[in-house]
Design a protein around this ligand. Structure first.
Ligand code: SF4
Length: 494
């Protein structure tokens, strides 16, 4: 059996990092880890190819080769996924769709021959057997959430690593919290399941043996969801990093209660964590309570963020506008908070009521759902009726983006952050880094809009923040991506 695994395109969002990646000559931020794992679950005797349409074209010859096409993706990839399914059908290829999208979008909207709902570990053997016999069912649904200890080593050989800026490893699934808007807990549950330490180390070994050096994103829903297990892992990671001369710089997603555990923070620092994405959502305590984001309440948010930053771990912050409790002053308060926290990368989005979430069910009951939404929270389209006037909300959202990604304001925020903290990222003098710096000088310093701001920032980085120069230059090109996306959002209809 010839199986083609296809990953649909992501639209341009803050998360795509597309405009920053171009400086490094990379085509996408991360490889399709889910499909690489599914490939490892399929029979060894099957021939496998993977096409990630974010980095390469899907050719008719690929479809002519395939007996069956497996697709996976997130809600935000739905449009491209469905167009690929239709193309497969036109070529007479059988299609199987899985991944988070199959758990949140009705099967009829995916138009595939077969859908896999839930996690793949316990389902692939049966599906493969049925496909070989020509008697596969329309839907395969996981009865329970599988142990991650049964998850195989992803098939790294299916991708070309040099097309991506970051490699990925998944250590756990699920999160113990219960934020009302979150679809992760609905899909992966509130009891975090982890791989064994040896499994995670085997994935690092595989990446290392393949020649990868640099950023590795631990793509967990909440890396510290099971603190006992993660402590064991961190001890092993620190030893592994030391034994291999610190080849990886780790990034992950976690909850803000990370700031309550200094031992855990120190262990993350020792293991080589450089950045963590935190869902901060809003500085408004009443909105946090209403959204059941209780782990962010009864604390000084700014102090928690600063503490994590002091460990050399950069905080990337997720923020949401559109809560029922948001008042007119929320826009000014959010800008003020982001400036005071000195978080360079702030992902601000409009609240989305994702199908399957408690928020979606509540708003449905109140007759406020407009449509299922597209999963892109950096657009201007609301899929529900907010309490605040919709036009005012979208205009306020755009004004927040304009203010935090105003070039002068952004560089000032990064400078303030670098004055207080020393990020762990040290850039070496490689061809890729020198090329990226030259390109940045050209695009930001010669062709860009605020040339003077860029040169002032570069000068400050080269003189006052010499030891963080690599991190400063990375933040400059990340800012470029956010500035372009902000301009597009400012012009978008909504
Ligand atoms: S902390 Fe994050 S992953 Fe956990 S429930 Fe809240 S939004 Fe979801």
């Amino acid at each position: 059996m010839n199986v083609l695994l296809v990953y649909p395109r992501f639209p341009d969002t803050y998360w795509s990092f597309r405009y920053a990646l171009s400086f490094q000559g990379k085509r996408a931020a991360q490889p399709p880890l889910g499909l690489m794992t599914v490939a490892a679950l399929l029979p060894e005797s099957w021939s496998k190819r993977l096409v990630d349409t974010n980095v390469e074209r899907l050719r008719d010859s690929d479809l002519a080769w395939a007996d069956v096409v497996f697709l996976s993706g997130m809600h935000v990839q739905q449009q491209d996924l469905v167009s690929i399914v239709r193309r497969c059908r036109a070529h007479g290829c059988r299609t199987v769709v899985g991944g988070p999208i199959a758990s949140s979008v009705p099967a009829s909207e995916l138009e595939a021959d077969h859908v896999v709902i839930g996690e793949a570990e316990d389902l692939m053997a049966g599906l493969a057997r049925d496909l070989e016999r020509g008697e596969a069912s329309a839907a395969y649904q996981a009865v329970e959430r599988p142990s991650m200890e049964r998850s195989p080593l992803p098939m790294l050989s299916l991708i070309r690593m040099n097309r991506y800026s970051t490699m990925t490893v998944q250590y756990s699934r699920g999160c113990p919290f219960n934020c009302e808007f979150c679809d992760i807990v609905e899909i992966y549950g509130r009891r975090p399941r982890t791989k064994a330490v040896a499994q995670a180390l085997a994935e690092f070994d595989q990446l290392y043996a393949a020649g990868w050096r640099g950023p590795v994103f631990i793509v967990d829903d909440n890396f510290i969801g099971n603190k006992v297990r993660v402590r064991e892992l961190l001890t092993a990671m620190a030893e592994w990093q030391a034994a291999h001369r610190y080849p990886f710089r780790f990034i992950t997603e976690a909850s803000l209660n990370l700031a309550d555990d200094l031992h855990l923070l120190q262990a993350m620092k020792d293991a080589g964590f450089a950045s963590v994405f935190l869902g901060i959502e809003t500085p408004d305590e009443s909105s946090l309570v209403a959204a059941h984001k209780l782990q962010n309440t009864r604390r000084n948010l700014l102090a928690s963020i600063r503490l994590i930053q002091q460990y050399g771990i950069e905080v990337m912050g997720g923020f949401i506008l559109g809560f029922d409790t948001d008042r007119e002053d929320v826009f000014d308060r959010l800008v003020d908070f982001i400036e005071k926290s000195e978080i360079p990368i702030a992902m601000v989005g409009l609240l989305q009521a994702m199908p399957g979430t408690r928020l979606f069910r509540r708003l449905s009951g109140e007759g406020r759902i407009l449509h299922a939404g597209g999963g892109n929270n950096t657009g201007c389209e609301l899929n529900f009726l907010p309490r605040m006037n919709s036009t005012r909300l979208v205009e306020g959202y755009r004004s927040v983006l304009r203010r935090i990604y105003d070039r002068e304001a952004y560089y000032a925020r990064v400078r303030a952050y670098l004055s207080r903290c020393r990020p762990r990222y040290q850039a070496n003098i490689s061809f890729g880094n020198v090329r990226a710096l030259c390109l940045a000088m050209l695009r930001l310093g010669v062709l860009g809009k605020s040339r003077l701001s860029y040169w002032r920032f570069l000068l400050a980085a080269a003189t006052r923040h010499r030891r963080s120069f690599g991190a400063a230059m990375t933040m400059a090109v990340m800012g470029y991506h956010f500035q372009i996306m902000t301009e597009r959002i400012a012009k978008a209809e909504g």
